[in-house]
Design a protein around this ligand. Sequence first.
Ligand code: BES
Ligand code: ZN
Length: 444
Amino acid sequence: MKSEMEQLFEFLRFPSISTDSRHAGDVRACAEWLVATCQASGLEAGLHETPRHPVVLAKNQHREGRKHVLIYGHYDVQPVDPLELWTTAPFSPEIRNGRIWARGSADNKGQMFAHVAGVARTIAEKGELPVNLTFLFEGEEEIGSPNLAAFLKAHRELLDCDVIAISDTGMVAPGVPTMGYGLRGIACCEVVVKGPARDLHSGLFGGTVANPATAVARLIASLHDEKGRVAIAGFYDDVRPLETWERDIWAKVPGVSTDDFLKVTGAPELFGEEGYSAAERTWARPTAEVNGMGGGYQGEGSKTVLPAEAMAKFSFRLVPDQDPKDILAKVEKHLQAHCPAGVTIEIHIGHDGKPYHADPHGRFGKAAQEALRKSFGAEPVLIREGGSIPIVQSFREILGADTLLLGLALSDAQVHSPDENFPVENFEAGIRLNQALLEEIAAC
Ligand code: BES
Ligand code: ZN
């Protein structure tokens, strides 16, 4: 019998990078491994095709009169570049200083597998679970879950549940159990600026032909005012103000002070909207970010060229009650209106996901907090999250159920970056959390 940690290491060895089609086989192999692992723990499990990467469903034997808990996770991971910045290879997990180092260790394989291991442990100890359980694991979260909403609609009856639990978010500080009751939404797009038919000699044509790279810089600069507020008309129209109770409790949450943010990010100072703390800015205020920009010569030394084309990639983090489609329409209008003279622009709309917000004080929220209290032996804190899990709002709209966000990743987990890591103690606490959670939900 393999230990829980050995199994997690096997899971982490699959390079299940969803965005890269060269890894499609690895994504599938990872899903097949999950099916076999769930079956070995006593669950009924199967692989379900989607147009791209498969969904894994697993369940115990459901019985009349028990609560139905759906636990969601994603087995896909982000790309690993820049590879040279990893201390050890991303898909060769190892433990150093009490942490598991590997791509996906925190986001999301380590957190997700704690639930699989928790269920296996309960079945081994007690013969059965106290609730009807369904695991729903997808392989496309990191590319915006393009096929999962349709899957939910197609399997609505099977997935009809009382509550959903996810461990794919953060924990504010070591040993501080953290429950999230909100996620920011997201809307992505890309702008391509086109000028002359080909790259030109900047001495022969500079000053006569508009430079697309300059135009991209102007467009990027137009998104914010000097104080960091987003300058797109109507951007803040539907933003729900923070509530007093949450500002009060967030002010006491450990691990999110200005100094904590400086330490985790390595930035020389913080910057952002006036009148909000760092936690408030990331958890409850919307943003416009440039995720990438390019155009012109990038090689060694100089090349006197006027590029034919330049581009930028944007993402907008959204809060209740902003709507991603409405925001993208406003962004498009803004970019068109600010397009500098002498160039043309093309806007390519990308994926999006709605923000999520729930009442943390309902019966399931209270049950989850009790489970956190018991498994960590400390008082949980209530937060919202700056990141996005687009399917969560779809769970509510399609399945009619709210989601408990039980995050286990530390702020220095380096998710999506080199040297991603997850503490061994959080993996173990996550297993206990799963056991306590199912018990508390059964009893609530
Ligand atoms: N697990 C993260 C989201 C997250 C991380 C939330 C930490 C809160 C704290 C998730 O896997 C993720 O990275 N989501 C993407 C979604 C996008 C690709 C649509 C994100 O937030 O960028
Ligand atoms: Zn992620």
